[in-house]
Design a binder for this molecule. Structure first.
Ligand code: NAD
Ligand code: UDP
Length: 334
């Protein structure tokens, strides 16, 4: 099949592309390189069945494809809050453009939605029936509400224009190729511990998250795309940890001497999050397989190799970042 992956040069998108290329598909990777990098798809650049398109999805594009994995959108709070209006445009205008494309060429489209549509949930764990507790005017709203509108657009295009949709609600995912400075918790802690810096726990660290290894997530996305249910379907690992527990786990693995530093909790930070994956189990025969301890080891090995100073020069600077892969935007939360 000819498959378009928007946001294909990003963290999840590039792992998805690896799977699709290895399965023998024709893959088009579309990205504006805001948080994605060519180096994530470097291994495919010379392959005739792979095409890299620099494009911003807020602008229309005409392509001929059979399937669309629509992932383009910054996912780290630091990145999506840097230019919130752009984040909304990406989610709304970008998703409109991709749905328009799907409609025109009769392609099936999968939206990478998020557990953030549940906001700061009052129901635990979260099943797909839960309608969420989202602040419409807070600093996370550009992303939460943006994704909620993106889901609405998918279902309206389905009802009104018969577009073949799939909607995945992705919970916190981690693994190799995350940006070392992208501001998300697992990448922050691993990079901090490897650099000998203090691990920054926001608040008292009692808030929880559930962490899914990227290979498991990609498997779930592919099953959803090729199965018979449009969703929404939660994809995540139900193993739930407090942020302090996560910090201690990473501290223990990398540097037991590393300090833990408590910082202020960002506004609207969800207190508890854990997916109910009954629907994914029943509809897709899917559940995560990689235990967090094993996934963390793989991610730490990747970060260790990237954080060796000499390797920065050989990887080169990114389009939007410094030579060490740091995006040219602030990466601290005050
Ligand atoms: P990422 O930031 O690594 O990847 C996003 C990609 O989209 C990047 O390559 C970026 O350059 C590209 N992009 C952003 N805006 C664009 C635009 N306007 N036009 C074209 N390309 C654009 O993030 P990720 O973790 O790989 O997340 C991928 C998708 O999965 C996102 O839609 C995100 O909302 C969703 N998601 C991720 C997680 C997670 O834990 N990683 C959780 C829930 C949902
Ligand atoms: N967090 C933290 N230290 C960090 C980065 C994040 O304690 O250096 C916390 C953050 O406040 C949140 C949790 O970790 O409670 C997950 O944050 P992340 O940005 O990874 O994802 P999200 O909040 O979108 O789930």
């Amino acid at each position: 099949m000819r498959i378009l992956v928007t946001g294909g040069a990003g963290f999840i998108g590039s792992h998805l592309i690896d799977r699709l290329m290895n399965e023998g598909h024709d893959v088009l990777c579309l990205d504006n390189f805001y948080t994605g990098h060519k180096r994530n798809v470097l291994q495919w650049l010379d392959n005739p069945y792979f095409e890299l398109i620099r494009h911003d999805i807020t602008e229309e594009i005409r392509l001929e494809v059979d399937q669309i994995y629509h992932l383009a959108c910054p996912a780290s709070p630091v990145h999506y809050q840097y230019n919130p209006v752009k984040t909304i445009k990406t989610n709304v205008m970008g998703t409109l453009n991709m749905l328009g494309l799907a409609k025109r060429v009769k392609a099936r489209i999968l939206l990478a939605s998020t557990s953030e549509v549940y906001g700061d949930p009052e129901v635990h764990p979260q099943s797909e029936e839960y309608r969420g507790n989202v602040n419409p005017i807070g600093i996370r709203s550009c992303y939460d509400e943006g994704k909620r509108v993106a889901e609405t657009l998918c279902f309206d295009y389905h009802r009104q224009n018969n577009v073949d949709i799939r909607v995945a609600r992705i919970f916190n995912t981690y693994g190799p190729r995350m940006l070392e400075n992208d501001g998300r918790v697992v990448s922050n802690f691993v990079a901090q511990a490897l650099r000998g810096e203090a691990l920054t726990v926001y608040g008292d660290g009692s808030q929880t998250r559930s962490f899914c290894y990227v290979a498991d997530l990609v498997d779930g996305l592919i099953r959803l795309m090729n199965g018979g249910h449009m969703g929404p379907v939660n994809l995540g690992n139900p193993g739930e940890y407090t942020i302090l527990e996560l910090a201690q786990m990473i501290q223990h693995k990398i540097n037991p001497e590393a300090e833990i530093q408590f910082k202020s909790l960002p506004q609207d930070d969800p207190k508890r999050r854990r997916p109910d994956i009954s629907r994914a189990q029943e509809w897709l025969g899917w559940e995560p397989k990689v235990p967090v301890q094993e996934g963390l080891d793989k991610m730490i090995a990747d970060f260790r190799s990237r954080l060796v100073p000499e390797s920065f020069a050989s990887h080169g600077a990114s389009d939007h970042g410094a030579a060490d892969g740091t995006p040219r935007i602030p990466t601290t939360v005050s």
